[in-house]
Design a protein around this ligand. Sequence first.
Ligand code: ATR
Length: 271
Amino acid sequence: MTDKYCVFGNPIGHSKSPVIHAAFARQTGEDIEYKAILASLEGFADAVDAFIAAGGRGANVTVPFKQEAFQLVTRLTARAELAGAANTLLFDGDEVIGDNTDGVGLIRDITVNLAQPITGKRVLLLGAGGAARGVIGPLLDERPSALVISNRTESKTHVLVDHFTHLGPVSGCDLPDLAGKTFDIVINATSASLHGTMPALPEGIFAPGSLAYKMMYGLGDTPYRIFAREQGAAVISEGLGMLLEQAAESFYVWRGVRPGIAPVMELLQKA
Ligand code: ATR
């Protein structure tokens, strides 16, 4: 019987996950179907229950439900527990297991696919939502010289700094106070691009040779991409590699088979 998976989000029309997982299933011969489900902002838990009742085996969770997903599970993997956010759910009998594959996906894309070491680098992380939470522990594992978190709503920055401070050199900085500071890697983990905008960054934050990374994949000239290019970032990534890597890791969690991302990247780039 075909096993059912899905991604929950709001909005969800932008999601490439159904195309990616269909391609992974073809590549690995796994018999799965995967669809995108728009959950109402108050209706995430009900949507998960309905999907489980309909025979769902697992799910991805995207903006803005990753922290709510963390709350509703019955069990967490260590990496989801550290993150305080879940992007991958596994339904096993009465258990709802929460995992987080965002961090693995980001680190693999930056260090392997883009061949940019994080060790010893000054890293700026923009955003303090579920997506940001998922990557802070794995970023600190790479031993950057500094990890600065900056978010539109300042109080959320401080919550994250307090939560992760025991793991490495993490600090917070309000967006206007970034003026005069430079970074080797600037990771945009906000959902601003969904609204066609970007965090209000001061000029001059990209060090020579720096990497500008956007975690929420979207094609074309987004405001962040344009800003990073104008400000002299040497390498700019729209996050397609992370999207594919986190999806491959979720697929592995569900099916025990790890698909290769290269053919799917080619497929999406052509599309
Ligand atoms: P996700 O799971 O993708 O992280 P989220 O938990 O809703 O989604 O978090 C969205 C993040 O994007 C938040 O850090 C949010 O900032 P606030 O905490 O101030 O809300 C950030 N964000 C969204 N739109 C933004 C914008 N236009 N400018 C700057 N930051 C924005």
